[in-house]
Design a protein around this ligand. Structure first.
Ligand code: S3P
Length: 439
């Protein structure tokens, strides 16, 4: 497998107008729902990152015609019962979203299917979807530790359940709603904290009745979806790198265009603002059922804060780069209630703590969080452990380091942010890419 390392230097202040790629969560859902809808869907703004391409290829392997036409992805929906058995196990690469959502969508099909992925994905917890899917009547099994490969037996008769989710996970809630489409009766999911609600929004946009009362979501089984135009906004999780680049660079003046600001995703802006960052939403509008704005960020002085644990699910993917903001702030930033970060693409608490320490930052790690005390950053060599968001977070740290930051194992940046190296130029970074072969 080819290996990619980066040498990153900060050379200028972030300035001007940047665009970041389409939202990863929404792109996955767009392909999945369009594939099982009736008729054609035209998806604009689709993220052509490896994770979403893994979802796309999975549906192509199940007989769905999906083609690029101009800057749109055109999906010819096969209807709720039109998927065909794939000839081989579906390889979902690095993508937890693909695996957990597909587990639900495929649990009610007539055919057997196996879901697998790369080393990182095969280490991630899948019992959180296996257990409730079994309660619905699914024939699904992982290995003896509840990890992938997941084998799903066809022909199961699913029945709706009322499920109180033990962790606030949009992937689990979405998995159950997708299984619920194929179940008899009603599927009801109670969320213990706010989760991203893109699945509900898109199900509604494609004609399904899904209702929410507070933290309880309900969907009646047997509903069909109708394809149509689906617009994917820019990903706030990718915009987060630009937001932090702006917030930590004293002379920055940057606009990030057409970013999704769904309130279940804006924890990063709330946290940065409480640290003192100047971030404004301009030109707010709706785009395909999702709120969107141009984000304007200016540099300034940041202060350490105690992060409200209720914001954790709303900023779950942004903590690697928020830790970099904390390392550039005056005083200590404290995060707790974030044990989920240990089971993402890497153990993001341990991996970020190690890299920040290598850069001279004072860090104390806790089982469910971290304390970071801001100070000068030194150039260093850090290991991303193949985690896209860790790699990009350390690239942003180079803006404030006194020398180059050498980041190992950056190939997976292409899972969520293809072209990051180019956008990084607009953020005032020079990224030299070294490729080789890894064991
Ligand atoms: C996602 C939900 C989050 C997030 C992941 C994408 C989604 O995971 O970390 O990157 O698209 O539903 P959890 O819901 O498991 O926290």
């Amino acid at each position: 497998m080819s290996r990619v390392d980066w040498d990153v230097r900060g050379v200028a202040s972030p300035a001007g107008v940047v665009r970041v790629p389409g939202d990863k969560s929404i792109s996955h859902r767009a392909v999945m729902l369009a594939a099982i809808a009736e008729g054609r869907s035209d998806i604009s703004g689709f993220l052509e990152g490896e994770d979403c391409l893994a979802t796309m290829r999975a549906f192509q392997a199940m007989g769905v015609s999906i083609a690029r036409r101009g800057d749109q992805l055109v999906v010819d929906g096969v209807g709720r019962d039109g998927l065909q058995p794939p000839a081989e196990p579906l390889d979902l690469g690095n993508s937890g979203t693909s695996m957990r959502l597909l587990a639900g969508l495929l649990a009610g099909q007539a055919f057997d299917v196996t879901l697998t992925g790369d080393d990182s994905l095969r280490r991630r917890p899948m019992k959180r979807v296996i257990d409730p899917l079994r309660l619905m009547g699914a024939a699904i099994a992982g290995d003896d530790q509840g990890r992938a490969p997941l084998r799903i037996g066809g022909g199961a008769r699913l029945a709706g359940i009322h499920y109180d989710m033990p962790v606030a996970s949009a992937q689990v809630a979405s998995c159950l709603l997708l299984a619920g489409l194929y179940a008899s009766g009603e599927t009801v999911v109670t969320e213990p904290g706010v989760c991203r609600d893109h699945t509900e929004r898109m199900l509604q946009a494609l004609g399904a009745a899904v209702t929410r009362t507070g933290n309880v979501v309900r969907l009646a089984g047997g509903q069909s979806l109708q394809g149509g135009a689906i617009e994917v906004p820019a990903d706030i999780s990718s915009a987060a790198f630009a937001l932090v680049a702006g917030a930590i660079s004293p002379d920055a003046d940057l606009v990030i265009e057409a970013v999704g600001i769904n309130p279940t995703r804006t924890g990063v802006m709330q946290i940065l603002r409480s640290m003192g960052a100047a971030i404004e939403c301009r030109n707010e509008r709706m785009c395909g059922g999702e709120p969107v704005a141009d984000l304007h960020v200016r540099g300034g002085a940041l202060s350490g804060i105690d992060i409200d644990p209720e914001l954790v699910p709303l900023a779950i993917d942004e903590f690697p780069v928020l830790f970099v903001a904390a390392a550039c702030a005056a005083g200590t930033t404290r995060l707790r209630g974030a044990a989920e970060l240990r089971v993402k693409e890497s153990d993001r608490l341990a991996v970020m703590a190690a890299g920040l320490r290598a850069m001279g930052v004072a860090v104390t790690e806790f089982e469910d969080g971290i304390d970071i005390t801001g100070g000068p950053l030194t150039g260093a060599r850090v290991d991303s452990h193949g985690d896209h968001r860790v790699a990009m977070a350390f690239a942003i740290a180079a803006l404030r380091a006194d020398g180059p930051v050498v980041i190992d194992d950056c190939a997976n940046v292409a899972t969520s942010f293809p072209g990051f190296e180019t956008v990084a130029g607009q953020l005032g970074l020079e990224v030299a890419v070294r490729t080789g072969t890894s064991a």
